[in-house]
Design a protein around this ligand. Structure first.
Ligand SMILES: CC(C)(COP(=O)(O)OP(=O)(O)OC[C@H]1O[C@@H](n2cnc3c(N)ncnc32)[C@H](O)[C@@H]1OP(=O)(O)O)[C@@H](O)C(=O)NCCC(=O)NCCS
Length: 161
């Protein structure tokens, strides 16, 4: 794909509905989870209402002269006392199926990585991936990320719904 027809930018509030659709599709595809659309919409909107939570970034491709949003990711900042700076967690990575395998996510990642590289306060990037999502794991290895350092542990409260 000609990357001059691609742009990456911080998501505008008007994109919340597309982002919700991307999240529902991503949860189903990557973890076989059916998310509650109302809960997910509230979760996405919360990011736009409370910017301290994080920020969505979108990948847009020019189609018939107009930019179309074809993917997104969510940046969640985490303070690192060891490094006296922020580490950005990359969440909710999704590229529409028909736009995959053209280097869009690689370019998206490089764009985010450059922001961190050029910043005096950002220290690095982290993400976690479902153990069964072998495709995404291969992609993350291919773009130069490493899983050699940490294992992730979690406890998530049962949903009352
Ligand atoms: C994972 C995902 C974001 C990748 O997006 P993409 O735009 O297709 O990725 P790219 O085309 O940029 O590929 C990235 C690199 O991985 C390589 N790659 C892609 N699929 C691969 C595979 N199955 N095995 C090995 N390498 C692979 C590509 O060749 C490319 O390397 P290159 O730049 O050296 O050519 C996309 O498949 C997706 O949205 N998946 C569903 C949601 C998901 O699983 N999200 C992750 C949750 S943690």
């Amino acid at each position: 794909m000609d990357l001059s027809d691609v742009r990456f930018l911080k998501a505008a509030r008007e994109e919340a509905a597309s982002i919700v659709q991307f999240q529902l599709a991503m949860a189903k595809e990557s973890e076989d989870l059916v998310l509650d659309p109302t809960v997910c919409a509230a979760g996405v909107n919360a990011v736009f209402e409370r910017p301290q939570l994080g920020e969505y970034h979108v990948c847009q491709v020019k189609v018939d002269g107009r930019f179309k949003t074809v993917g997104n990711l969510l940046i969640i900042p985490e303070w690192s006392d060891w490094r006296n700076g922020m580490v950005w967690w990359i969440h909710s990575v999704y590229i529409l199926p028909e736009y995959r395998g053209r280097g869009l996510f690689s370019a998206f990642y490089r764009h985010i990585q450059k922001t961190v590289q050029d910043s005096s306060t950002l220290r690095g990037l982290r993400l976690y991936v479902d153990k069964t999502n072998l495709h995404a794991q291969k992609v993350y290895q291919k773009i130069g990320m490493s899983n050699a350092h940490y294992d992730l542990y979690e406890w998530i409260k049962e949903s009352k719904n």
